[in-house]
Design a protein around this ligand. Structure first.
Ligand code: NAD
Length: 299
């Protein structure tokens, strides 16, 4: 058996197309254009690329993209003040501070300063609480994207056993909550889990969010399982030429695909869904801030 490849790029393009239509409906019906503010501290090259891509895709979706840059040696107070200004700016519906921030700044303090209604990254403890309580709120983008791929691949998830490897606030825990909401039986594994292989082997849906290249092997995969690889690991690739690198996930893709019914590749799987879900959150936040029913936008 060889599994089918879940094409995250295709799913993300379709999601962004639907978001653009809904954004146009918001403009024509209510005269409101969603605004997404992204704050970047310092000049980290990878963050520069992420922020540029976010800006391009925000504009493509018909939204206003606002970028703010602070110098690497700015104080934490400078950044928190900037966030407060954005909290109070009615043209800004979503705020994202690009992480990582310099070491002298507290990521948690920044997360907690963003208004929960504008927290399009879904990391504020209020939003994490809503998610854990099964209530509406902002859902972190990557887990949301992963859950959409799972739903669109499998349809009804009720009663399936989902095993999540990784328990971070950013990925593992929110994915577990989203799949619990879909009536999966959820097992969360982490660095202290015993019998990781046996637990993975019992999964109908196996989500890897660890950060260890190719940790999940072919013989950890139950025949017919759906594999969602959230991991992004950059490795040296001398075979491609001197100094070249390649991206691999947390799953041994070439091995796992032999047992899986479907699997996300890295790159091109979960990754492209993250920005699409950021735009979706910006649209949802704009509706919530203006007392507009999201369903009114025909999404
Ligand atoms: P993290 O370091 O915060 O968490 C890793 C988790 O893995 C922890 O809960 C830890 O307990 C668990 N873990 C570590 N070693 C383990 C082991 N040997 N066995 C089982 N569990 C183990 O990482 P994160 O932020 O959750 O990110 C996880 C991966 O997802 C990384 O590769 C990251 O780059 C990637 N990621 C991708 C996207 C995307 O857009 N696709 C977004 C965020 C993170």
């Amino acid at each position: 058996m060889s599994g089918t490849i879940i094409d995250g790029k295709k799913h993300a393009i379709d999601l962004r197309r639907r978001i653009k239509i809904a954004t146009n409906n918001l403009k024509s019906k209510y005269g409101i254009t969603p605004g997404l503010a992204v704050v970047l501290v310092g000049n980290d090259p990878a963050s520069e690329i992420y922020v540029r891509n976010k800006g391009i895709q925000t504009k493509e979706a018909g939204m206003e993209s606002l970028e703010f840059r602070l110098a690497e040696d700015s104080s934490e107070d400078d950044l928190l003040k900037k966030v407060e200004v954005l909290n109070n700016d009615s043209a800004v519906n979503g705020i994202l501070v690009q992480f990582p921030v310099p070491k002298h700044m507290s990521q948690q303090k920044i997360i907690e300063t963003i208004l929960p209604l504008k927290d399009v990254d879904g990391l504020h403890p209020v939003n994490a609480g809503y998610l854990a309580s099964g209530l509406k709120g902002m859902v972190p983008c990557t887990p949301q994207g992963a859950a959409i791929l799972i739903k669109e691949t499998l349809g009804e998830l009720s009663g399936l056993h989902a095993v999540i490897v990784g328990r971070s606030n950013l990925v593992g825990k929110p994915i577990a909550q989203l799949l619990l909401k879909e009536n999966c039986t959820v097992t969360i594994c982490h660095s202290r889990t015993k019998d990781l292989k046996e637990t993975c082997l019992s999964a109908d849906i196996l989500v890897a969010a660890v950060g260890i290249p190719e940790l999940i092997k072919e013989d950890w995969v139950k025949p017919g399982a759906t594999i969602i690889d959230v991991g992004i690991n950059r490795l040296d690739a001398p075979e491609k030429g001197p100094g070249k690198t390649k991206l691999v996930g947390d799953v041994d893709y070439n091995g796992a695909i032999k047992n899986a019914s479907s699997i996300t590749p890295v790159p091109g799987g979960v990754g492209p869904m993250t920005i699409a879900c950021l735009l979706l959150n910006t649209l949802i936040a704009t509706c919530a801030q203006n007392n507009i029913e999201f369903s009114d936008l025909g999404f």
